[in-house]
Design a binder for this molecule. Structure first.
Ligand SMILES: Cc1ncc(COP(=O)(O)O)c(C=O)c1O
Length: 370
């Protein structure tokens, strides 16, 4: 088959950076750019690489176990049982290169080409690209609405607390998802990377209701401010995790052991960090919401305001372009769902409070001109 220079379907289908258009407008701004578009944190992690005792340098350079570094896996077995109420052994834990990689391998393990992956929407943008990369069809359904199931549906993806709107499943919603999954023999892909950042409600893992069909994904990036280390993990039934393990093995072989050691140090020493970060983020959420001259529901969890720009038009890109020209980036709503173009996501954890204020003041000044 003649192929060159055409690319694969997946290579073409996966969306490019959602910020490309806004960066063109940002280029017109000279000065301190305030990045409110990305889900980052300005806090330092509870354990950073220089603090980690490298007692055995050999394991920094040798290949590691594809499933994960044993001490970290063992600590996560305990964490899963005591904190999440998920009863796993080491066979049910898989370390990955961030939650992104865990989700990518999970989608491959659960879905065949042409299968449908239901996305409770608005949804984390990369899950759609992950589906497309594997020829899986993403099907958006409203976060709180009915779940559309067809004979091709293989799994339901949900994030709680959700990115971008911070929504947290309540008991009724959890039961509805599980009932649908059980009635139609579906998998549940539960993205719980914001488990530690519930402010107004308690986080409950979906796997407590349906452990036999739920893959749960967590991240040291979100919990412990270690985004650059790229350590995440999946918990699930042994057979599904065994398949995910093969896919991790065939994509990265193993997650760098040095990074897993830093992750373990954060897990061991990080309780005070979590308490402090949660209080600080909650205050930042309230501060940002009170200051911003555009409506946003109070997110019960997560790291973002889901800002409603609809009074300035059904598509908020022109407003976001003006805001970018003022040196502030927001994430456009269309990346989070086909019907979300009037909204934008503002991260309240990525910069310290004074810069957050300054960024919001710039947004307000743009809105005042419209
Ligand atoms: C809902 C959600 N899932 C997964 C991820 C990816 O996490 P990681 O950085 O561990 O790959 C993110 C990152 O922003 C996210 O918001």
């Amino acid at each position: 088959m003649a192929r060159f220079p055409s690319l694969s379907t997946a290579g073409n289908a996966v969306p490019a950076s959602i910020f490309a258009r806004l960066r063109e407008h940002l280029a017109r701004f000279e000065g301190d750019v305030i990045p409110l578009q990305i889900g980052d944190t300005h806090l330092s992690p509870p354990a950073a690489l220089p603090d980690v005792p490298w007692t055995d340098p050999a394991d920094l350079y040798a290949y590691g176990a594809p499933g994960g570094w044993a001490p970290l896996v063992e600590a996560l077995v305990t964490k899963a049982r005591t904190k999440n109420g998920i009863d796993v052994t080491a066979a049910g834990v898989q370390i990955a290169v961030g939650a992104t990689h865990a989700l990518s391998c999970a989608v491959q393990a659960l879905c065949d080409r042409g299968d449908e992956l239901v996305l409770l929407t608005p949804h984390w943008p990369l899950i759609k690209g992950i589906a497309l990369a594997h020829d899986v069809v993403p099907v958006e359904v409203p976060f709180w609405g009915d779940i559309a199931v067809t004979p091709r549906t293989a799994a339901i993806y949900v994030a709680t607390p959700n990115n971008p709107d911070g929504a947290m499943l309540d008991a009724a919603a959890r039961e509805r998802i599980v009932a649908t999954a059980c009635a139609h023999d579906l998998w549940i892909l539960s993205d719980e990377v914001y488990e530690d950042y519930g402010y107004d409600a308690e986080h409950v893992s979906l796997a407590t209701l349906a452990p036999e069909r739920t893959i749960t994904v967590f991240s040291f990036a979100k919990s412990y401010a270690q985004a650059g280390l790229r350590v995440g993990y999946a918990l699930g039934p042994d057979a599904a995790i065994a398949a995910i393990r093969k896919l991790v093995n065939h994509s990265v072989y193993n997650v760098p052991v040095a990074m897993q050691r830093a992750a373990l140090a954060a897990l061991r020493d990080g309780d005070a960090f979590l308490t402090g970060a949660r209080a600080r983020y909650r205050a930042a959420r309230d501060r940002a919401r009170a200051r911003l001259h555009a409506p946003a529901d109070r997110p019960p969890g997560g790291a973002y305001l889901w800002v409603d720009f609809s009074r300035w038009g059904a598509d908020c890109m022109p407003v976001l372009e003006k805001i970018a020209a003022a040196g502030v980036l927001l994430a456009p709503g269309w990346a989070f769902g086909d019907a979300c173009g009037s909204h934008a996501r503002l991260c309240f954890t990525g910069v310290a409070e004074e810069r957050l204020d300054e960024g919001i003041d710039r947004i307000n000044r743009v809105l005042a001109t419209l």
